[in-house]
Design a protein around this ligand. Structure first.
Ligand SMILES: [Zn+2]
Length: 423
């Protein structure tokens, strides 16, 4: 790049006021008292949010299509067949959502494209922006549905046939809101993908830092355990004659905490749900149903954690004279993001003199799905007090401006880079 072009790019900044205005405007759709948002996927509020964002995408001159799972994809016109640098995220929210989760990645990406257009700067590779369907998975599971289908990890027909609690299908609701599109899913294969997102955790905020580059995502294992013991009188049953499902549930809960500290290196482990039956003060519990959530960025260590949990459970069942059935609810592999893209993010931050922290994401994101089809990474900026999926979710405008700047710099660098991908 020439020195002049380089200086022009360094002077280029996304329009922070416009980003804020759009975040605020979008947040009014499905707005909750207290500032939060409820735009569940494939509802009427989702439609209104989509209509607004799609109109903004057309206003900045993107060619916009809706694919058959409802993903909205906009690409720089006149560059058919060229693999773009893609940005994007989701605009659906949970029932008690905030205005930044997902929305920021879409609106900042839009501003990157608009800022370049206003400056009359075109990149060697085209740019693209995507709004993925149903990232939150509140009514229709799995979550990250749009990006899963986009990456070919979930069949379109299967996704369209998913039903909610009332028997409504994804296809019916997408059709009802006018977003059962006709474009083939995943037709635009990105050269690279970058997602800007709020951290949804406390690490950056606690450290007083503004930028994170996400290197990897944890693999997740969810197991449901059904413990069957014997219900009996809490006063008359001698301690050595009990087969107490509540005690077994508690033993597993404390074991899981020990397991996390023994395995270490970022292992987390949680018993988040315990149901006892009959759940009475003076009755030994007959049944317990609990869930165990294990996460690690190293798949071998995650598998070891599962293995040790299962061994502990089998042993405990024998000792206590209960049966424990287990059912795997979720098992995902850890994701390692592209060193090529994370390197570009780091360089972009360096050029602006911004420190950047290497991070792991504890939450799932669309980017993890896209990472299976293109070199991908994420940029994190802080969530105040680590709060997300909550109307109190808040990210400072100054931090949003920095995140959008690094997104712009990274995307331009990727779009103009010809050294080849060393992913
Ligand atoms: Zn999100």
């Amino acid at each position: 790049m020439t020195e002049l072009a380089d200086r022009r790019l360094l002077a280029l900044a996304p329009n922070a006021d416009r980003i804020q205005y759009r975040l605020d405007t979008l947040a009014k759709i499905g707005g909750l008292d207290g500032g939060g948002c409820c735009r569940l996927a494939f509802t009427d509020d989702d439609r209104r949010g989509r209509d607004l964002v799609a109109s903004w995408m057309r206003d900045v001159g993107l060619d916009v299509v809706v694919d058959r799972i409802g993903n909205i994809v906009g690409v720089t016109p006149g560059r058919d067949g060229e693999a773009p640098i893609m940005m994007g995220s989701h605009i659906d929210t949970v029932a008690t959502g905030g205005r930044y989760d997902g929305n920021l990645g879409v609106i900042a990406g839009l501003d990157v494209i608009e800022t370049l257009k206003e400056a009359g700067i075109s990149t060697d590779r085209p740019l693209a922006l995507v709004v993925f369907s149903n990232e939150e998975g509140v009514r229709f599971q799995p979550d990250m549905m749009g990006s899963l289908v986009y990456a070919g990890a979930l069949k379109l027909d299967e996704a369209l046939a998913v039903t909610d609690g009332n028997g409504r299908t994804v296809a019916a609701d997408l059709n009802a809101i006018g977003y059962l599109g006709d474009a083939p899913v995943g037709a635009v294969k990105p050269h690279a993908f970058v997602e800007l997102h709020i951290e949804q955790g406390p690490v950056l905020d606690r450290a007083g830092e503004v930028l994170g580059v996400v290197e990897n995502l944890q693999g997740i294992a969810w197991h449901e355990l059904i413990i069957k013991g014997v219900s009996n009188h809490a006063g008359t049953t001698p301690m050595e004659m009990r087969h107490d499902a509540a005690f077994v549930a508690a033993e597993i809960t404390t074991f899981v905490r020990r397991l996390a500290s023994e395995i270490g290196r970022g292992q987390v482990a949680t018993v988040g749900s315990i149901h006892l039956h009959p759940n009475l003060v003076n009755v030994i519990a007959r049944d317990a149903k609990i869930t165990v959530d294990l996460r690690h960025t190293d798949d071998a260590l995650l598998a070891e954690a599962e293995h040790r949990l299962f061994a502990f459970i089998d042993n405990l069942a024998r000792e206590e004279g209960v049966t424990i059935d287990r059912r795997e609810l979720v098992r995902t592999q850890p994701v390692i993001f592209s060193p090529y893209v994370t390197g570009m993010i780091r360089q972009a931050a360096e050029r602006r003199g911004m420190p950047v922290r290497s991070m792991t994401s504890g939450a799932g994101h669309d980017a993890q799905m896209i990472s299976t089809i293109a070199p991908t990474a994420m940029i994190f900026i802080p969530s105040r007090d680590g709060i997300s999926h909550n109307p109190r979710e808040y990210t400072e405008p100054a931090h949003i401006a920095i995140g959008a700047q690094i997104l712009l710099d990274t995307v331009v660098a990727l779009a103009n880079d010809h050294t080849g991908i060393q992913a």
